[in-house]
Ligand binder design. Sequence first.
Ligand code: MG
Length: 389
Amino acid sequence: MKKISLIGSTGSIGKQTLDIARAHPDDISVRGLAAGGRSLEELTQQVKTFNPEVVSVPTEKDAAALKDLLGGHAGKTRITSGEAGLIEVATVDGIDTLVTGVVGFLGVKPTYEAIKKGTTIALANKETLVAAGCVIMPLAKKHNSKIVPVDSEHSAIFQSLSGFATRDIESIWLTGSGGPFRTWTIEAMNNATIDDALKHPNWSMGPKITIDSATMMNKGLEIIEAHWLFDLPPEQIEVLIHPQSILHSAVQFVDGSVIGQLGVPDMRLPIHYALFHPDRVSSARVPRLDLTEISKLTFEKPDYEKFRCLKIAKEIAAEDNTLACVLNAANEVIVEAFLNGAIKFHTIPEYIYLVLERHKATSNPTLDDILESDRWARQEAEALVGTRV
Ligand code: MG
């Protein structure tokens, strides 16, 4: 029986994780759940189904509302709140794996604390490695905590690398669908609406990552994530546009062999793999791939001039300082401003660039340096999108 905790349980990754847990009641026990305050009813159902030891919500008010919703069903589940609650869920005694399904920088601290206990991290929160990879990776090594990626591309690389060493790698091919604007002209893309940007061709995901896919910042953040996870310089990480999202990524080895992982575009596949790693466990929930039905897989080079966010992130991947943290924080604020209708799509990279330009980077940052850079970048970005709409 694997004991897991899940932060971000009502988000896209969280719901799919629990879908797998529901399908494997004898193999997975859910000991902790944390969710945002917007889906308390759904969280109530999850608590009733899984009876975790502890559940956490953002505020004390949310905690009181959850208690009311649970009525007599709270059982032995402790209800907590705030950052301390999130950390409590991440560090429940005796868990094997923490699934980090939260979006954004919020994932850094709970992941940090879980690593200190030697817990395996099923990492869906890429922002943790983007912002704090230089702190997280050495910490994981020190505490013998395994980081198993849930991001589909990184899961593919992780699986392809099984049995091989970093020195065997010539390059990794990080695939991306190209998002909804792959075939659009720059002019059309500049005037894209929120609805246009939210229409991802292949993957069903939350709004923040869907906008990141439209700007291709998502692929840029994934370059930085891969750099930390696989200990590779960005020159060895190539982005490959693959509109069908069937080859989830691949590794080219020094002898010219390429090993990749294929599957249907369904996040339950990498989640299932991360939950059961290192075992392969039969999954009835994951649809099977029929290559004869797809018949054609195509590949293109990315357009760095059209997707400026991708270009900015690729440049920053080479810097092991606080710039990646600032990139991540600025992107979070600016994407939210776009989703709220405050700014136009084409200004997203412009605002990010302005924040980066103003940052005085710290080399070899500590966790405190990273927290401070994150705070600073949010403030700068908020001031910018507030004044230059
Ligand atoms: Mg991905």
